[in-house]
Design a protein around this ligand. Structure first.
Ligand SMILES: Cc1cc2nc3c(=O)[nH]c(=O)nc-3n(C[C@H](O)[C@H](O)[C@H](O)COP(=O)(O)OP(=O)(O)OC[C@H]3O[C@@H](n4cnc5c(N)ncnc54)[C@H](O)[C@@H]3O)c2cc1C
Ligand code: SF4
Length: 333
């Protein structure tokens, strides 16, 4: 591993000021915050990330889970994934988030992984993680060997001719269905970013994954107040039962009244280049009978624009069945 300086700022303002000296907050950043380290240290050992300076944010006061004045939930950036998953308010009001977190990684990793780190975890595309290979995300303009190579795990929604990498997070999929907001403290002050606007599609700049700029520190995430009577399910399909990323997953938050779906929030994982909220599936579902036929129509709508690659066409039907099953489970829960 290359050498780097390790700094422990006394507060968030000092952390932001130090990080603001970075050239970018995207791939190739020369200054990085470090939280649990479960993504960053892996990538540093592989020489995919080579920051000259690491800013330890673990001692900043960003580790609380608190109610918001509006009746929602405020989740600090360094709250560990395990603490969040087991928090009583999350289990009671945001079960889809708890289920998504507990389906990810392993117990040991969840004890280290943080809320902000999970939001910013990088793709598991094997070419991205191997510096002997070309990769537009790691080195813009070098090409995307995955398009003609090994792409079984990669995305079918939101891809471009420059990059087809999947966003691997489970937590983000649940947060997309819960309409979370990400709060950032930057050199120019605070801002709040809806999760749907936080991650970027690869387009012609796959090296740019989020809207973050140099110095931007995620301080917390807020969830809106829970909707009375809604039903929530996270379903994750993968090659083995634990310690594996999703081939397809679905987060559903639905309200059913009088046998009809009156409200639906739907997001998919494992199939998109970003955590994939599906307004198409939501529109297809609301007002319809809460039955198998409607769920299948919603799933068809969600995957209508999917573009298969040589090895991952199976994900389209898999994601449809995943979503339909998650909706059925939620409706009958
Ligand atoms: C073997 C393995 C299996 C896994 N399986 C799964 C899985 O099934 N599902 C899943 O969802 N995830 C999985 N993960 C990923 C895991 O969830 C992430 O590695 C973890 O959430 C990252 O959090 P962290 O705190 O360790 O981040 P770090 O590694 O500390 O940081 C990650 C990135 O976030 C940045 N960062 C951290 N905090 C902030 C902040 N407050 N503001 C701005 N930038 C910040 C860092 O600079 C870095 O770029 C797996 C990981 C491993 C190693
Ligand atoms: S899919 Fe994206 S991350 Fe993977 S090799 Fe292509 S450009 Fe790189």
């Amino acid at each position: 591993m290359h050498t780097f300086e390790f700094v422990r700022p006394p507060d968030s303002a000092a952390a932001v000021a130090t990080a603001a000296k970075a050239k970018t907050a995207q791939q190739g950043a020369d200054v990085r915050f470090i939280a649990g380290g479960t993504t960053l240290l892996d990538l540093m050992k592989l020489n995919v990330e080579t920051p000259g300076r690491l800013i330890d944010i673990n001692r900043l006061a960003l580790d609380k889970i608190e109610p918001t004045p509006e009746g929602g939930l405020k989740i600090g950036a360094t709250v560990r994934n395990s603490d969040l998953a087991h928090h009583p308010a999350v289990q009671r009001d945001y079960a889809v988030l708890s289920q998504a977190l507990l389906s990810g990684a392993s117990a040991q990793l969840r004890n280290m992984a943080t809320t902000a780190g999970n939001l910013l975890q990088r793709t598991r595309c094997m070419y991205f993680r191997d510096t002997a290979m070309s990769c537009n995300k790691r080195e813009p303009g070098t090409g995307c060997p995955a398009i003609t190579g090994s792409n079984r795990m990669l995305a079918v929604l939101g891809t471009s001719d420059q990059c087809i990498a999947t966003n691997p997070s489970d937590m983000c999929v649940a947060m997309a269905a819960l309409e979370a907001t990400i709060h950032v403290q930057g050199p120019k002050g605070q801002r709040a970013i809806p999760i749907g606007d936080f991650h970027l599609l690869p387009g012609s700049t796959p090296n740019r994954e989020t809207v973050l700029e140099p110095g931007d520190l995620i301080t917390h995430v807020t969830l809106p107040p829970p909707v009375a009577g809604n039903r929530q399910v996270y379903l994750k399909l993968r090659d083995r039962a634990s310690y594996e990323f999703a081939l397809a997953s679905a987060a559903v938050v639905v309200t059913v009244a009088g046998g009809k779906v009156t409200r639906a929030r739907i997001a998919l994982g494992g199939v998109g280049t970003k955590p994939w909220r599906s307004p198409e599936a939501e529109a297809a579902l609301v007002g319809q009978a809460a039955n198998e036929a409607s769920f299948r129509k919603a799933a068809d709508a969600a995957m209508r624009d999917a573009k298969p690659q040589s090895e991952n066409g199976f994900k389209i039907e898999l994601a449809k069945r995943c979503l339909a099953h998650a909706l059925q489970t939620a409706a009958t829960s």
